[in-house]
Structure formats: C-alpha cells, structure tokens
Design a binder for this molecule. Structure first.
Ligand code: GLU
Length: 501
C-alpha cells in the first residue's frame, strides 16, 4: 500500500511549533517511503474560529521550511475560502482528491451521514444548547461524566427539514482497542464514549466526521496527529468501521513541553515558524531540531546533526518515543550554529542580507555583496543566529564613531604608551608593500616585541582604535578585510583623539 500522509491544520492562526513538529513527522514518514505522498488539507469546518490569512501563513511556513507538497489546495480553492486566501507566489498544487479545503466538500459529508442514517448507524437529534447544559449539570450533581447517548433524546423522529444535528450511534458496551504506532495498544471502554455529533445544524461537519471521510477518500495510510486526539481515537475507529472501511495506521505524537515542564508558550520564546525565522534560525536547523523532539535514530546511533536527506532515510514513526519531548532553545541555538557553519559562504552571505539591513548594514551593491562573501570565514564560526552578524560586520560597511580616549588606552598602559603604540602601528602598516593577513600579523607581532608590549596590550589598542568595539572578528583578518585606507584613517583619528588629551 502506498504511503500517503497529510498535514490537516485548522486555519485558526499560525500553527504552533508543536503542530509543525507533528507535520514534520507526517512529512518524513511519506518521504521515507519509496513512493510516498504528502499533502495539505485545510480543515476549515469551524467557521467561528476561522482566522483570515491563516491558510497563507500555513503554506508560507511549509515553503520556508522546504516541505514540498505533492497535493494540496490550488489557487482556485484558496480563493474560494471564506476570506480569499489566494495570493501570488503560492504553489499551485491540487491533485486527484481535490478539493483540499473541507468547506468545499460539504455535499460529501452530508452524503456520508445520510448513508449512516439509512443504515441506523447515526440519527438526527435536536436538543438545544440549554437542554444539553441542563443534562450536563444534572450529571455533575450526580458525579457522573456526561456523555450523550441516544436513549437520552428528548425528541425522536426528527424530519430532515427540521433544524437538527446528526449524531453517531456509538456502541454502548464492549471495548475498542487501538494499536497505535507510538502509544502502543490502548483499550477504551465503549460505555465511556458518547454519541458524537457528526454534522452540525449549520450543515458543517465536525472533525470526527470530516477527517475520517477525507482520510479515507484521500487514501491516507498513516494518520500522524497530536496526542490530544488519542481519547477520540476509539470513536474514530468506530465511525470508520460503520462505513465498512479499512482504518489507517494511527500515530499519536506526544506533547512538546518547555524545560520547566509546562506546555510550550510565548512565555518561553518563539512558538511559530515566522518568529523563529525572524529570530535568525535556518530552516535546515529548525527541521533538524524539531525532527529530534521525541525521535532518535536509535541503536547506538548518537547522530544529532541531520540534513533533510538523512532524515528522509532514517526517520520512522516506530522510533518516536511515547513520552513528552522537551524543547531546549540552547540545543536549537547549537544546531543552528552547526548548520550555519555548513553553508557555503555565498549562500550564508545572501541569507544574511535582510538581517544586516535590519541591523543598519545595507548590502545594496554587487561590490558590497562580494565583500560580504569574503568576510564569511570571519563570521561563520562566530554566530549561532543570523541576527547576530550585523554587529560583527557593521565596522566593514559603516563608518565608526571615533572611540573615546578611555577606550584607546590599553590594559595596564598609560596614555602616552598607547599613543606611542598607535603611532608606531600606523607607520609600520603604512610602510607595508603588501596588505595580507600573514604580513599584517608578523609585522604587528614584531612591533609588540620592539615596543616591549604584551601582545594583548598592543592588539587591544589597535582593535579598539579601528573598530570601536571590544568584541570583533580576529584582529589580523579584520585589518586585512578593512583594507589599508580605512585602517590608516581610523588609526589617524584615534591618534588625534588620544593626542588631544
Ligand atoms: N484539524 C485538526 C487539528 O488542527 C487536525 C488533526 C489531525 O491531524 O487529524 O488539530
């Protein structure tokens, strides 16, 4: 049987990073299989919780992460959503089981409930919200869990043209066992289940109906979804059985918790793909990190750093643990640093451009881009987020304020000693016939000896004079990249500032 998996978000805002990780498990399951297919289905059946623009963020997040869709809503389907979600740049996918937006499949759901009603497996009910609330309160007073069952109906024989919901006639006795790929065998007592609503009075289906119908019609082989759905799984198995279908394999993915053991929320940091992107994480690192939340290759394989191709090869749902995964921002930062160092210099430089602009460094000419690419060896090993590059490279593209005299005095040095050191540096560097890192290094090391200064003394004075900062790329590479003119000009300004005191 072909492996077919899906991501089925409800368009109620940006997907939480926990859902994104569930989506990745689903995607990786399809990519691991030789001819697997992965698709997107928008579950917009709760029109009240619908948030305009959600489908767009969902599709954009997938694209940024590098998650390709084999099937999914196309422009026409996106445009037919409650608020037109179509936009230029969205991939035009669709596929053999279109439409991939549930609000465009309402006839199908109605046909399926009609079938169940005709077979006595579902029924019409019209208890009002107030009546149901009264039943719930009475059950609470008796310390019973409230589960609506058909014998509690206040009115029977409701005509199809009267307002009503359709409920499923859930078995009243016996048990239902789910053989979950992650949670193992779980048995539920049917007596605790309820006659769930399949179709609401507004004609929209509930998740319980729509997802089962669509997973069947769209030939989903593995339903990878959040563990929150586990209590509903026996109902879903019964609904699937009522239709006479073969159930898919289920994999209920455990929760993601923060390090304090609580549900991951804004309080702990970023929780959406957009936020992680803006904070300077690479999609490669985020995919790698999220895939490892609860999954490990196992059997003594300690590998932590994975390319997407390696994940395709190694990922299986059987290796996902059943206990909650802990989200460590420190580990994500570490992985991000690793993936940054794996990028080719020109790739990294191009990705940095928008982050540098935000940090006040405009890379707006081909020449500046070339210079930026040449700076990558100095930057690549020093940042673990793209947002951190601006403070390292700004001195190469923007003029600096002349440092204060305090800053220009080296450790354990008097003012006149620092001034003499700056003057000697200026003339030694001005006299160089070649400007290269090794030449600069040997010249300055010799100068330190001649001046009877410790390397840190001399180098601190020079670093501060040409950068105005205490933290910079390594000195010799920095001077090489700055070039002779700028270096000498900044040394001159430092000499004037210190000499004026
Ligand atoms: N629309 C459901 C949700 O967002 C989908 C769950 C599933 O993957 O079946 O929770």
């Amino acid at each position: 049987m072909t492996t077919r998996t899906r991501f089925a978000p409800s368009p109620t805002g940006e997907p939480h990073i926990g859902n994104v990780r569930t989506m990745l498990f689903s995607w990786l399951t399809a990519r691991h299989a030789a001819d697997g297919k992965f698709f997107l289905r928008i579950e917009d059946t709760d029109q009240e919780r619908y948030t305009p623009g959600s489908a767009r963020v969902i599709v954009e997040s997938l694209r940024w992460l590098g998650v390709e869709l084999d099937e999914g809503p196309d422009h026409a389907q996106l445009a037919a959503m409650k608020t037109n979600e179509d936009w230029e740049g969205a991939a035009d996918v669709s596929g053999p089981y279109a439409p991939y937006v549930q609000s465009q499949r309402l006839d199908l759901y109605r046909q399926h409930t009609d079938l169940l009603i005709a077979n006595g497996l579902a029924y019409r009910a019209n208890e009002t919200a107030e009546e149901l609330e009264r039943m719930r309160t009475a059950a609470q007073a008796d310390k019973r869990a409230f589960t609506f069952r058909r014998h509690m109906r206040l009115r029977e024989d409701i005509r199809p043209d009267e307002p009503h919901v359709v409920r499923f006639a859930m078995p009243l006795t016996g048990t239902t066992t789910l053989d979950d790929m992650i949670q193992g065998k779980v048995t539920f007592d049917n007596g605790n289940l309820d006659d769930v609503v399949l179709l609401k009075s507004d004609g929209f289906p509930t998740y319980h109906l729509a997802a089962m119908v669509d997973d069947h019609l769209m030939k989903v082989s593995h339903v990878v979804r959040a563990v929150e759905w586990l209590p509903s799984a026996p109902k879903h198995l019964r609904i699937i059985e009522a239709f006479g279908w073969q159930p898919p394999r289920f994999a209920h993915v455990p929760l993601v918790l923060s390090e304090d053991g609580k549900k991951l929320s804004k309080r702990h940091g970023a929780t959406s793909v957009t936020e992680f992107r803006e904070q300077g994480y690479l999609p490669e690192a985020l995919v790698n990190f999220l895939a490892m939340l609860g999954w490990a290759p196992g059997q003594g394989d300690e590998q932590n750093v994975f390319t997407r191709e390696e994940l395709f090869e190694k990922f299986t749902l059987e290796k996902v643990g059943a206990s909650p995964a802990i989200f460590s921002y420190a580990k994500l930062d570490w992985l991000n640093g690793v993936h940054i160092r794996r990028l080719a210099p020109d790739d990294l430089a191009r990705r940095l451009v928008p982050f540098l602009a935000r940090g006040g460094v405009q890379i707006d000419t081909p020449d500046k881009l070339e210079r930026l690419i040449r700076l990558m060896p100095l930057v690549q090993v020093r940042i673990d987020r793209l947002t951190k590059a601006a403070e390292l490279v700004d001195i190469f593209f923007n003029d600096i304020a002349t440092p204060s005299s305090e800053m220009l005095i080296g450790p354990k040095m008097e003012q006149h000693l620092s001034l003499a050191a700056l003057r000697a540096t200026r003339s030694a560097l001005a006299a160089l016939s070649a400007w290269s890192e090794p030449v600069i290094e040997s010249t300055l090391r010799d100068l330190g000896v001649a001046l009877n200064l410790k390397p840190t003394q001399l180098f601190t004075v020079i670093r501060n004079a040409v950068s105005g900062k205490q933290v910079t790329p390594p000195l010799f590479g920095m001077l090489d990249a700055l070039g002779r003119d700028i270096t000498l000009e900044r040394l001159d300004r430092a000499i004037v500032r210190l000499g004026a005191n």
